[in-house]
Design a binder for this molecule. Structure first.
Ligand code: ZN
Length: 339
């Protein structure tokens, strides 16, 4: 019988301070040219090592290869102008100066394919590669060309599908699309969000996943969470749609959140990546706390479909804390397996 409760992470890990300033999102690189290429490769090896040492089963490159989970992807596309930015409201939450879509979008070259190949060579464990989802890409731009969020998302879905197929060929076991925007625009999720996500994942033989969260532990997100009331039922609208979709796995926030855990029963038939690590605090969970979150979730999802995971990326945390959380995650899963 294969191992149950295989552990994985949402995606990102903190970067070493010689590569980028710690505890800062989107921190600029501290190296350039060949030194940057070599530095990123070393950082990936360390991220893999931290996960293996902790006992994580399905590893990522810790997103050491990208400054930001969305903009690094957009930089490789034609049709996007980074010079003349416009300020827009992101996910109805905070203002940011974003690139502008000025013409048809197209992928100039593969974006994360070399990174996937390198990760494949750096570990014998299963590997997961993350990509931004179509709706989240749309929500991080000003669109002066398509004038339709749906049309732009469809164009992105085709580009993402080309990229995902190449990443699969590079040896990825899991390809995950990050769609935090699915927690905000429920009508659009219903009308075209799930459809464009499926288009992005079309034809993939590897495992496919979608990550939907309440964001990193940054102030704009914490302020937003305070407006959501005592029970967060956003997933109630999206999970039934995802249960009907062709996506294999759903990664969600659970630990220390106000999400009623029984909502995961709406994902019948899907693998569920249960967030058992809170990324909004520097406090490291005990293995027992992780085990308690997993045990709670097990009332609503069969054990062979449950993958203990983190709530979201750990990039804003310190490396020591992230390592502690990786160990707690693996140890907590082991406790439940052993019990
Ligand atoms: Zn997230």
């Amino acid at each position: 019988m294969s191992k149950v409760l295989e552990t994985t992470i949402a995606g990102s890990l903190p970067k070493p301070r010689w590569l980028a300033e710690p505890n800062v999102l989107w921190a600029p690189w501290r190296l350039e040219g060949d030194a940057l290429t070599e530095g990123i490769a070393d950082a990936v090896r360390l991220a893999v090592d931290d996960q293996e040492e902790a006992g994580i089963d399905i590893v990522t490159d810790g997103e050491q290869t990208r400054r930001h989970f969305v903009t690094t992807f957009l930089e490789a596309l034609d049709g996007v102008d980074f010079e003349h930015r416009k300020t827009v409201r992101i996910r109805n939450r905070y203002d940011a100066a974003v690139p502008v879509v000025v013409g048809p979008v197209a992928r100039r070259h593969p974006v994360f394919v070399d990174a996937a190949r390198f990760l494949r060579s750096a570990t014998r464990r299963k590997i997961k590669v993350t990509l931004p989802g179509p709706m989240t890409l749309v929500d991080t731009l000003y669109d002066a060309h398509y004038r339709s969020r749906e049309k732009l998302a469809s164009a992105f879905a085709e580009i993402l599908n080309d990229e995902a197929r190449a990443i699969e060929a590079a040896g990825a076991d899991v390809i995950q699309f990050d769609e935090p925007a699915f927690n905000v625009y429920f009508d659009e999720v219903r009308d075209w969000g799930v459809r464009t996500l499926e288009r992005a994942a079309q034809g993939l033989a590897c495992t496919t996943a979608v990550h939907i969260c309440y964001g990193y532990g940054i102030k704009a997100n914490i302020d937003w969470k305070q407006t959501l009331g005592s029970e967060w039922r956003q997933y109630e609208q999206t999970f039934p749609l995802l249960a009907q979709s062709s996506i294999g796995q759903v990664s969600l926030e659970c630990a220390k959140s106000h999400v009623p855990v029984e909502l995961i029963s709406l994902l019948e038939g899907k693998d569920v990546l249960v967030g058992a690590i809170d990324v909004a605090t520097e406090t490291v969970e005990t293995p027992e706390a992780v085990a308690a979150t997993i045990t709670q979730a097990l009332r609503h999802v069969p054990i062979e479909r449950l993958y203990p995971c983190t709530n979201c990326g750990m990039v804003p945390l310190s490396r020591a804390v992230a390592r502690g959380k990786l160990r707690a995650l693996a140890a907590g899963a082991a406790l439940v397996r052993g019990g």
